[in-house]
Design a protein around this ligand. Structure first.
Ligand SMILES: Nc1ncnc2c1ncn2[C@@H]1O[C@H](COP(=O)(O)OP(=O)(O)OP(=O)(O)O)[C@@H](O)[C@H]1O
Ligand SMILES: [Mg+2]
Length: 463
């Protein structure tokens, strides 16, 4: 939620809050930004930053990660970043880090910083980053307004599931077979691979589709409220229990309960969960009355649960109970054939949402999408395209609009440990072909393959 409604129009000078404990740094930044048409305010401590944000509106906050207490760990800056996020999660924060402290910059990005600059900064780069963030933030606010006007765009129903690649075939098979059943399904896969999409699809395919799918984010529930959240409580069960409360299990009665991030359930609560799953009945906290519920359990995790079991952090009997069927979602880098379709889908979606006349990608942009390793999987692709849609000026998305920073490094020397066997093979074939100036016989020989075996692989990899 924004604390400040926009009072200025979108054409007023962008407002930047500069935070650094060194006055010469603040002054240098102020002069630079002023000359470029920004309106600035300065703060010399985390406390001053927070009070400035509470008082007035900023398009971007540029914060140093080190203040007086200790000057190298960056901890104060990271804490400040968290506090800013909790005040206003939509506010764009750019962090400044000391030269060569890339880890810190990465950590800040994980915690929600939109970008980073290294000190000593290059003026042009700093200005480019700030302008981009201002444009994005303003476009986002504009879009939020449009969205409020047009609730039609928030269509519900069966989720879109794009899966044409060979790697997704087993997933689609399983979906079709177990979707209509009551089987408990454990959905595994890295962050952003589409676990929730799969859960929604399973529910929509089941005879329970007309009943709700209730989601519990097990990772987000503090230990103390887990039980009452899941099983409900009766009035007086504990100090704050002023009235009876229905838990999520009962809410999902007849439908589906989706236990997201099941790997984070506290060990002490795992056995309570197991008991309810085994018996199909529960007692509300503070009550001895037993209630029967009929729920289908879908769970998701990006943890390796068998390894968690071995480490003694996850109960083996609970794992057996929830993974009657396991659906594993391959990371996006192992199903690159899906990238063009997914990209086109997100482009349509965001172009409509932001009302921009964009209909295609330039070939170089598509190539960049295909080359990028996508550590954040489909969600990262979604975000990259949303960002590109916001930034694009023409009718087609250009490679530069995508701002895939690591893509260049990746194509220069792909990280083998991030590649699948298939990708390594494709990469080797490309390299060898290039080395042999496209001569197939030579390339085949260099790789110890017969010409026909080499040709088969060329076809397989669409080379
Ligand atoms: N196959 C797909 N087709 C279309 N959209 C997809 C697909 N997979 C994922 N998405 C989209 O990507 C985003 C991330 O998907 P989702 O939330 O299901 O991932 P997740 O695996 O649950 O991630 P996390 O582990 O971070 O919770 C969502 O916006 C979702 O709609
Ligand atoms: Mg999820």
């Amino acid at each position: 939620m924004r604390l400040h409604e926009m009072t200025s129009s979108e054409t007023t000078p962008p407002r930047v809050l500069i935070a650094d404990d060194q006055s010469d740094v603040r002054e240098a930044l102020r002069l630079l930004l002023k000359a470029e048409g920004f309106h600035t305010e300065s703060a010399s401590s985390p406390r001053a930053v927070l009070s400035a944000i509470e008082k007035s509106f900023f398009d971007v906050v540029l914060i140093d990660l080190n203040y007086t207490r200790d000057t190298t760990s960056g901890q104060e800056g990271l804490d400040l970043l968290n506090r800013i996020q909790s005040l206003d999660a939509t506010l764009a924060v750019v962090v400044m880090t000391a030269w060569a402290s890339v880890d810190l910059a990465v950590e800040a990005m994980h915690r929600g910083a939109r970008d980073f600059v290294q000190k000593p900064w290059e003026n042009a780069r700093l200005l480019a980053i700030l302008r981009t963030q201002v444009t994005l933030a303003r476009a986002l606010r504009q879009a939020q307004r449009l969205e409020a006007e047009n609730s039609l765009l928030r269509a519900e129903g069966l989720p879109t599931l794009i899966a044409e690649s060979a790697a997704m075939r087993p997933v689609m098979d399983l979906l079709n077979r177990v979707g209509p059943s009551d089987a408990n399904v454990l959905i595994t896969g890295e962050h952003g691979t589409g676990k929730e999409v799969i859960a929604r699809t399973l529910h929509a395919l089941s005879p329970r589709a007309s009943k709700p799918m209730v989601t519990v984010n097990a990772g987000g529930l503090p230990e103390g409220v887990f039980e009452s959240e899941l099983f409900g409580h009766v009035k007086g069960a504990f100090t704050d229990a002023r009235a009876d409360r229905v838990g999520r299990f009962e809410l999902a009665d007849g439908g589906t309960l989706f236990l997201d991030e099941i790997g984070s359930v506290h060990p002490a609560l795992q056995s309570k969960l197991l008991r309810v799953l085994e018996a199909g009945e529960l007692e509300r906290v503070g009550s001895s009355q037993t209630r029967r519920v009929s729920v289908r359990i879908l769970s998701a995790t990006n943890a390796n649960l068998p390894a968690e079991v071995l480490a003694g952090r996850f109960r083996e009997d609970l794992l057996f109970r929830i993974n009657t069927i396991e659906i594993h979602l391959p990371p996006l880098r192992e199903r690159r054939e899906d990238i063009p379709l997914l990209a086109a889908h997100f482009l349509r979606q965001h172009a409509q949402r932001y009302r921009k006349p964009l209909s295609a990608f330039e070939p170089a942009a598509m190539q960049a999408l295909l080359d990028y390793p996508w550590p954040g999987n489909v969600r990262e692709l979604d975000h990259a395209i949303e960002r590109a849609v916001l930034l694009a000026a023409g009718e087609r998305i250009r490679a530069g609009d995508l701002a895939l920073r690591e893509a260049r490094d990746a194509s220069a020397s792909p990280r083998l440990d991030e590649m699948s066997l298939e990708e390594v093979e494709r990469y080797l074939m490309q390299k060898t072909l290039a080395r042999c100036d496209g001569n197939v016989s030579q390339a085949a020989k260099a790789l110890g393959l017969s010409r026909s075996a080499f040709y088969r692989r060329l076809q397989k990899h669409h080379l």
